[in-house]
Write a protein that binds this ligand. Sequence first.
Ligand SMILES: Nc1ncnc2c1ncn2[C@@H]1O[C@H](COP(=O)(O)OP(=O)(O)OP(=O)(O)O)[C@@H](O)[C@H]1O
Ligand SMILES: [Mg+2]
Length: 459
Amino acid sequence: MVIMVLMGIIPTIIISCVLVSSYEKRAVMNRSEAIASCGRIIGTKIAESGYLKGESDESFDTEIHAVTDIYGGRVRILNDARCVVKDTYNIETGQILFTEEVEDCFKGIEDKVYTRSESRVSIYLPVFGPGTKEVTGCVLVSCSTLDIQQSRAILARQSAIITALFAVVILIVGFMLSGILVQPFKKLTNAINSVSPGFSEEPVYAPEYVESDQIAVAFNHMVSQVKTMDDSREEFVSNVSHELKTPLASMKVLADSLNSNPDATLEMYKEFMVDISEEIDRENIIIGDLMELIKTDGDSNDLKIESCDIRALLELVVKRLQPIADEAGITLYLECFRPVTAEVDSTKFILIISNLVENAIKYGRAEDGWVRISLNADKSFFYISVADNGIGMSEDVKAHIFERFYRGDKSHSKDIKGTGLGLALARAGISAHKGAVSVESKPEEGTTFSVRFPLVYVA
Ligand SMILES: Nc1ncnc2c1ncn2[C@@H]1O[C@H](COP(=O)(O)OP(=O)(O)OP(=O)(O)O)[C@@H](O)[C@H]1O
Ligand SMILES: [Mg+2]
């Protein structure tokens, strides 16, 4: 706004200053030209007469006075001795004048001197002898420029008034325009300021300018992303508290029932203590998984990358999970199509694959159940697939399995224990390794998880 006013006023001030000073220059020049032409006429007449030699000529004197009366000026005539032979003001008659301009004049140079402080312009005109280039005298014509300076002052005052009026108009127009011009940006500022906990997701529109429209679109996109993140954070927190409360609630029920039963036997105590211990283990697992998830969540800086024999790591996973598989009556197969050495964080890698194999066992078929783990590689990646012939899952379930705390309907109904964090953890670990995971599944037929890891880890 201030810039706008300055941009309007500064050029106006400059233009009026230039106009005023060029008026003065032009007026002084015209005045100088007028008196110079009178001086030249006088000079020509002097050259032809014996005036400079002291011959008096009354009619010529009258003529000079008549000329000076026209423009209210003064004429001084100097002979070659620089002596003033005629002064229409009769002040310097008979005096010798030695000035730089007079000397220039005797060298044949015409001079003009404008003295603003004295409001006067003077012209020095050389007088040449008849038919020669020899300077025989000098005509010094001067006149007042007071009227020019007065006009200049009036002009300056008028332009100052016009500039002031102009400034007021610009100020008013600028004020009105700025209100209209910044309207869309005000809307956006208000929308940005309203982003606080529990903000509304109502989109903001600012189609007035292309730029404001683009900002509004980007802002709406950002708001919807922030909203999604906010919702998922809220959901996560409520899930965590629910999951952590469940084992505690069970322990409380067990402990209370023992306390309220005065006839409780030692066997009952032992039995309830086993249950309480199981609940504590469950609580521990949840907390451990949560800590791991927070640590790994897409953060690749935390990995301890080393070159590993992938087959050896898979064998380790199989060895560790063999007892659970045996208990569930499921056969584990490990197929390695080629030896693979790759850069991974071995602990996290084992955790990822263990989660997949553990699921395949948990959700496997009780009769003739199998889990097939295979390893293959090309020039850039190695591929692991974990396939089972278990309960499978519907498309609906498949869409959510990587979400934290999500558990499929069947896992609930079949009373299979779990917290729904295993696959979330696995996916976080895979993305930290810059890998990818996909799943194919058919209810009652089986499931195959396919994971791809780069052979060389790139941070
Ligand atoms: N191989 C599988 N076959 C069928 N369903 C599966 C399989 N793997 C995962 N799921 C489904 O995906 C859901 C999420 O799996 P996830 O491993 O995250 O949690 P969970 O196994 O229920 O619990 P935990 O946190 O103990 O692993 C499971 O509850 C199950 O419904
Ligand atoms: Mg699991």
